[in-house]
Design a protein around this ligand. Structure first.
Ligand code: G3H
Length: 214
């Protein structure tokens, strides 16, 4: 199970979370990555933790003010990128463009989707993985794997029907090792989470609990 911690725009210390994630990953052997604000990618990557961007734009180099260039995040240490989060929705053509941009920059990709139908559409674009996240459960206290296990199973089936090579992650409300274990039992290859770590008083303790569920 891959644990990807999205820091969104939470007012946490990205270096504190990154060093905790690095240390827990090293001690446990688990794969843990941190996805900070774009401006923090280089210093988070400098900690040695696996670092992901929260978004890349569909465009390549050129006259694109305000874009987040895939090549730029890769040059600053990102190894992968989220695309099309529920809080940063893209048109299908732009999801496709961002996946292609990430490929050009050798970034691993996880496309976020709200439901199994979107998972199927996203899987058809050939990302490395798709993450199913019911918007109503994002930021809440109950994990998707507990509140709506069927959506995870249906997402796994939807992706598999389109492309067996596309992994499925789940996210929303994941904060404990039990949540991670339940997600794995439902067929998820990883979890995408945010508030459980970014808002924690002790991010390292939460990460240690999370890896206990792998
Ligand atoms: O990208 C992360 C997801 O939106 C999940 O957020 P959450 O763990 O705060 O529910």
């Amino acid at each position: 199970m891959f644990i990807l911690v999205n820091l969104k725009a939470y007012p946490c210390d990205p270096i504190e979370v990154a060093t905790a994630a690095r240390d827990v990953a090293e001690a446990s052997g688990a794969r843990i990555a941190v996805s900070p604000q774009a401006a923090d990618i280089a210093r988070v990557a400098d900690t040695g933790v696996e670092t992901w961007a929260q978004h890349v734009s569909p465009n390549a180099h050129g006259s694109h003010t305000g874009s987040t260039l895939a090549e730029a995040v890769a040059d600053n240490g990102a190894e992968g990128t989220l695309i099309n989060h529920s809080e940063n929705r893209l048109k299908l053509a732009d999801v496709d463009g961002s996946v292609r941009a990430a490929e050009r920059a050798d970034l691993e990709t996880i496309v976020c989707a709200n439901n199994p139908a979107q998972v199927g559409a996203a899987a058809a674009l050939g990302p490395d993985a798709v993450a199913v996240e019911p918007p109503a459960l994002i930021g809440g206290d109950v994990s998707v794997s507990t509140a709506d296990p069927g959506i995870v199973e249906d997402a796994v089936a939807a992706a598999e029907a389109v492309d067996e090579d596309v992994d499925v992650f789940c996210g929303a409300g994941v904060s404990t090792g039990e949540d991670v274990a339940a997600a794995g039992d439902l067929g998820a290859a990883g979890v995408l989470l945010a508030s459980g770590v970014a808002k924690a008083d002790d991010p390292e303790a939460v990460l240690e609990d999370l890896v206990s569920g792998i």
